[in-house]
Design a protein around this ligand. Structure first.
Ligand SMILES: [Zn+2]
Length: 464
């Protein structure tokens, strides 16, 4: 993912791997600003070039950056991970890369539209700066990414935070994006780009700190402490042309915002504080963040957020503990999300409640484990349900008075026996910190009338 390398490293990589490497992807399609090269037989999605042009336009617009006349980005899309690993000029530690060292900007990737690497290419004619500025800005216009990791910053620790490496490879992507987002906010995009043009590639911490002071007229000690205390250290940092609405946490519904990307539709939403999100899912939705597209192969791996679909014509209700970030659901443009504040002061009397009618069932419910104290959740089931508790630390309480000390006065709901608990009507849960897992899970399934409380009865599902 590192987008810029020194010319020296590039030259070494080219020489070292030349004998085994396949030629560059050779099929070429053009748009005004892109030459898109792919492998024979690899589909170019109908919307890819238009989406690339839209990403360029929105990124340049935000940065108020002019485009050199006639400049075109060469975009090399490899067939898949194996292809790029074997054949691209990227240094071995980086599965995707851009060469921005020569001013022109060339992208090597296996993604059909690699927004992060494209930003390196867009800015190649501006300069070839320190990796901190280059990677920081590239991650800000990467709207295909998941939640931005929360960054904890110690004042005066920028030497460690911005220069961390693993096996000699620079690792401080989230920290760099926090710094750059803060710089753009405080000094403006124009001033940041001036610094981008003047910054020298490859400086170590001491020289980088001195250069920073020259470029911005203030010390990095001060700016890093401010950046770490800013909302960008824990909130959404990405700057996206199509932004989702923020998940409200007062129990009202948040609709998805429809965004077009790469010829398909996405439903986008953002989470700005740790939240408990309830989703109602109709049966046919294969929901997953970073789900493979209908067109193209080798899309972003590692889904980190998914919602299981329902079945049997019922509608599934799922609760998930959400970290701050920008999320999208591939191929889904309509869905109601209901958010609750996860970190609200715990009170049994005002506990979040969710209501499930007879046509509903919950699938998997994930509750955040409190760091201390007890948090409370209320559910109302209009139809019989069976609950299977997968983790310890959840208690079923008869009332709020008992719930004040759940470990003594409520029923532990651990799934030790593998048996479900039948519920109908109101259910009060107390969640305590005494579990190893960061979040606690239980599953809910409908139990037909006549089966409840009679496990194993002929004609009834086994969980009844
Ligand atoms: Zn990069």
């Amino acid at each position: 993912m590192l987008g810029v390398r020194s010319p020296l490293v590039l030259a070494v990589a080219l020489v070292a791997c030349h004998s085994q490497r396949q030629p560059l992807p050779e099929e070429t399609a053009h748009s005004e600003h892109f030459a898109y090269h792919s492998r024979p037989g690899d589909p170019l999605c109908a919307g890819t070039l238009a989406a690339a042009e839209a990403h360029l336009t929105s990124t340049l617009g935000y940065l108020r950056l002019d485009w050199p006349a006639g400049k075109k980005i060469d975009y090399y899309r490899y067939r898949d991970f194996e292809d790029i690993t074997a054949s691209s000029p990227c240094a071995q530690a980086h599965e995707r890369c851009a060469d921005a060292s020569g001013g022109q900007g060339v992208v090597y990737t296996f993604l059909s539209l690699d927004q992060h690497e494209l930003v390196h290419a867009y800015l190649a004619h501006v300069g070839f700066p320190n990796v901190i500025y280059a990677e920081g800005i590239a991650d800000l216009f990467r709207c295909d990414s998941a939640a931005h990791a929360r960054v904890s910053v110690q004042p005066s620790s920028w030497r460690r935070d911005l220069f961390s490496t693993k096996d000699g490879v620079w690792q401080s992507y989230p920290q760099a994006s926090v710094l750059v987002r803060y710089l753009v906010e405080r000094f403006g995009a124009e001033r940041f780009l001036e610094a981008y043009a003047r910054s020298k590639h490859g400086l170590g911490p001491d020289q980088f700190g001195a250069e920073f002071e020259q470029l911005f007229g203030t010390s990095l000690d001060e700016v890093w402490a401010e950046a770490g205390a800013s909302r960008f250290a824990s909130d959404v940092r990405a700057i996206c042309a199509c932004d989702g609405r923020e998940l409200t946490t007062d129990g009202s519904d948040t609709p998805l915002t429809t965004c077009e990307r790469d010829g398909t539709t996405e439903g986008v939403f953002t989470v700005s504080q740790p939240s408990l999100m309830f989703v109602e899912v109709a049966s046919a939705f294969p929901l997953a963040r970073n789900a493979p597209r209908a067109c193209g192969t080798a899309q972003s791996p590692s889904p980190s957020f998914s919602v299981a679909g329902g079945n049997s014509g019922l509608r599934a209700l799922t609760a998930a503990a959400m970290e701050p970030g920008r999320y999208y659901l591939a191929g889904v443009d309509e869905l109601q999300l209901t958010g609750r504040d996860r970190d609200a002061p715990a009170s049994c009397l005002t506990a979040p409640e969710y209501h499930a009618g007879p046509q509903h069932f919950y699938s998997t419910v994930t509750l955040p484990r409190p760091a201390s104290g007890v948090s409370y959740f209320r559910f109302r089931f209009e139809a019989p349900q069976s609950l299977f508790f997968a983790t310890a630390g959840i208690y079923v309480c008869p009332d709020c008075e008992s719930a004040a000390s759940p470990a003594q006065r409520c029923t532990p709901a651990a799934m030790a026996s593998g048996a479900g608990k039948d519920v109908l009507g109101d259910l009060l849960l107390a969640v305590t910190p005494d579990a190893d897992e960061a979040s606690l899970t239980f599953n809910v399934a409908p139990c037909p009338p006549g089966c409840q409380g009679d496990r194993g009865k002929s004609g009834c599902p086994p969980y009844c």
